[in-house]
Design a protein around this ligand. Structure first.
Ligand code: ADP
Ligand code: MG
Length: 395
């Protein structure tokens, strides 16, 4: 067990004065390409990370639930399974639990879906930066599913765990996100990316082999303040664009069902802003399919170019990048040995990624850090991404 797993069990022992029954891990994730289209029925291509969240946990027989996190100051949040069963799954009922709205939302959703969840104690410790677009929230939700599955012998598939986690994030925490994060945090595998169809959930594991290159995660350290409101605005714009397209006689359930050619035949019907939003959805979906092909054939140069094009579309058509993400992405692209760079996650801050030749990684890190600091005044953090195993990855 690594340092973070040990810290979760140390906190468990200190708080609850007994040993945990189990210590489990769920990864965070990075999306390689296919951004802002998981709510448009598009294809996405994320991978699970070795960074993630650990929990030490034990079952109780009195229905009491106690939660504590190393990362949240160590105050214990307490409730009961009975109370959870009676709470309506809406943000208003869960807000008072603070960070614990995520794990308690998962427990409540399991109960709502007819699974038995009794009392338990759980201590959490994360190795991911939180609120930075690497999906610490989905990691914590999926981790809770894995813990409760083990403690209460729940028969739960990875797909069910992802859907329960998504329902908790949407209904209990009030974040109207797509299925990608919870799916990959539940079902990702080490050394693999997943090509996921977010409409049907059909998926394909692709060996994540960048040949002589590696993936850098570049954290802008800019909080994603706008992300929530703009995210909802973009979703609404996409829904409106789809409504206009359907009203014109083209029957589609999602924007990403349209091919390039079909979009060309209807785009003139859309007001300028909606046209650009829809164009991003359609072109990003195609880029993701091409990127999967490039990864399969080991064509990392093409993968890098598609990542560049993805960022440019997110900047110009979708308008979700912002000064810091653009600055760090362009700083990376200007370094020797960088094959491609783009923002990842919701945007307006958080993280970007770059594919970098292994030999150049150190000089790229130094070059990006210096230029980003000069342009924004912020100190970025850059990590070499390693893939990690998710709790439901093997079944
Ligand atoms: P992201 O998912 O991109 O990291 P979010 O804002 O969606 O950002 O989720 C971050 C929130 O998830 C935190 O503010 C906290 O409430 C919860 N969270 C994530 N990791 C932990 C942790 N290790 N301990 C306690 N809460 C956590
Ligand atoms: Mg999140």
């Amino acid at each position: 067990m690594n340092e973070y797993g040990l810290r979760s069990s140390d906190l468990f022992r200190t708080c609850f004065r007994k040993s945990p029954d189990t210590v489990l891990f769920a990864p965070g994730r990075v999306n390689l390409i296919g951004e802002h289209i998981d709510y448009n029925g598009g294809r996405v291509m994320p991978c699970s990370l070795s960074l993630g969240t650990y929990a030490a946990a034990a079952r109780r027989n009195d229905g009491v639930i106690r939660l504590v996190s190393v990362d949240m100051g160590g105050a214990v949040v307490e409730t009961t399974s009975e109370e959870l069963a009676s709470l309506p799954c809406v943000p208003l009922s869960f807000a008072r639990f603070g960070w614990a709205e995520y794990p308690l939302g998962v427990a409540a959703k399991l109960i709502e879906n007819g699974f038995y969840v009794g009392g338990f104690d759980m201590a959490v410790c994360g190795s991911l930066p939180r609120g930075s677009g690497l999906s610490s929230s989905a990691s914590l939700e999926v981790l809770t599913c894995a813990v409760l599955k083990e403690l209460f012998f729940i028969r739960l598939t990875g797909e069910q765990a992802a859907l329960i986690s998504l329902a908790a994030e949407r209904d209990c925490a009030g974040v109207n996100c797509g299925i990608m994060d919870q799916f990959i945090c539940a079902k990702g595998r080490k050394d693999h990316a997943v090509l996921l169809d977010t409409h049907t959930l059909s998926n394909e594991y692709l060996p994540f082999d960048l040949k002589d290159s590696q993936l850098l995660i570049m954290n802008t350290k800019k909080p994603r303040r706008l992300a929530g409101s703009k995210y909802n605005e973009r979703r609404a714009e996409c829904e409106e664009a789809l409504r206009l397209i359907v009203a014109s006689g083209m029957d589609r359930k999602h924007l990403c069902e349209l091919t390039h050619e079909e979009f060309a035949s209807v785009e003139a019907l859309l007001p300028e802003t909606l046209r650009r939003r829809a164009r991003h959805a359609v072109t990003e979906n195609e880029r993701t399919l091409n990127a999967a092909e490039a990864l399969k054939t080991g064509d990392i140069v093409t993968l890098g170019k598609l990542m560049n094009a993805s960022h440019d579309s997110l900047k110009n058509d979708y308008e979700v990048t912002g000064r810091e993400l653009d600055s760090i992405v362009y700083a990376a692209r200007d370094q020797e040995g960088v094959l491609g760079a783009r923002m990842t996650g919701a945007g307006f801050g958080g993280c970007a990624i770059a594919i970098v030749e292994k030999d150049a990684a150190e000089s790229v890190k130094a070059g990006v850090t210096e230029r980003y600091k000069a342009q924004t005044g912020l100190n970025c953090e850059i990590y070499i991404a390693e893939t990690g195993e998710a709790p439901f990855g093997k079944g």
